[in-house]
Design a protein around this ligand. Structure first.
Ligand code: ZN
Ligand code: ZN
Length: 309
């Protein structure tokens, strides 16, 4: 990926540095962030991709070799003020796999720090493991906001991240509705037993994950006074909202990004969630540009890359 263009390139297999592993990527996901990067977000150039499952081919940590792994995406220094305060995902010197100053996983091989790797237990299949990163991002909400059994929650956005968040919140038996645009996608939510929002308002918590800048205004209008707005979308350009509404209605706004992989693994252990309803198609890596086109199509579900072919 370079200057908003994607191309397929043959390059040498990267060599792992000390305390890093060479991972042979098996399955990778294309997420909205990757599409935004293509449109100029973070001015990224290099190999994109941060959602994957693969097998360690080489490592100076011999216990990792041959293990099936996923990886936390923030590559951190462990030394700055944020790291020392256990806020490593905000490391001042962080690089982010396939997003910020670091090549990603839409490739046959990737080099990843050993400390970022998590071994995937055998009972978790590749089609579940490839969703660990967005699942962790969904679980993050439970770490940031106290949600009670009486809370009324709305998810604005019927996309992939919306589905992950709905999976987490509905498993926890919270009263949940989803607002979306696509009949076919909303059916997936309905199949999970989640109510479709038909103009209801006064929610206690609204999670915005449309990935489009108009979503935040819609989300704001659905909250009760003193409600909590959780923002999950990132986009290349600026969103506009009426801040007076935020002041007058005393809305609490929480930005929410990466979550703990340990939380995500525990969630799958507990609920054995099936993410296959959101998978649209698996493309071979050699058809990567076609896969990105498919993922960019409005209303597309999850596009995966089979990096072994
Ligand atoms: Zn992602
Ligand atoms: Zn740091």
């Amino acid at each position: 990926m370079s200057n908003g263009k994607l191309s397929l390139k043959k390059i040498a297999v990267p060599q792992p540095k000390p305390h890093h592993s060479l991972v042979k990527i098996q399955l990778a996901g294309i997420c909205s962030t990757d599409i935004h990067l293509l449109h100029g977000y973070k001015k990224f150039s290099g190999i994109p991709g941060h959602e994957f499952v693969g097998v360690v081919a080489e490592s100076d940590d011999h216990s990792l070799v041959g293990k099936r792994v996923v990886a936390a995406i923030n590559i951190v220094c462990q030394n700055c003020d944020m790291c020392l305060r256990q806020m490593t995902s905000h490391c001042r010197k962080r690089r982010v796999l396939g997003i910020l100053n670091c090549d990603g996983v839409h490739a046959q091989y990737a080099v990843i720090p050993n400390e970022n790797l998590y071994v995937v237990p055998q009972h978790i299949c590749n089609e579940q493991a490839v969703f660990i990163e967005p699942l962790a991002a969904a679980c993050r909400i439970l770490r940031q906001v106290e949600i009670s059994s009486e809370s009324r929650i709305a998810i604005v956005g019927d996309g992939k991240l919306g589905f992950m968040i709905a999976t987490v919140l509905s498993a926890k038996k919270f009263a949940l509705q989803v607002l979306g645009k696509y009949t076919e996608k909303l059916k997936i939510f309905r199949d999970l037993g989640i109510a479709i929002c038909e103009g209801e308002r006064d929610f206690d918590v609204v999670v915005e994950c449309t990935g489009s800048k108009s979503g935040i205004t819609t989300a704001l209008q659905m909250l009760r006074p003193q409600g909590t707005l959780i923002l999950k979308s990132t986009y290349a350009d600026m969103a506009e909202i009426c801040l007076s509404d935020v002041v007058v209605n005393e809305i609490r706004i929480i930005g929410s990004r990466c979550g703990s992989f340990a939380d995500a693994f525990q969630f799958i252990d507990e609920y054995n969630s099936d993410f296959s309803p959101v998978i649209e198609k698996i493309y071979p890596l050699t058809e990567g540009t076609k896969a990105y086109e498919a993922a960019s199509t409005r209303g597309a579900k999850k596009i995966l890359l089979d990096c072994t072919s």
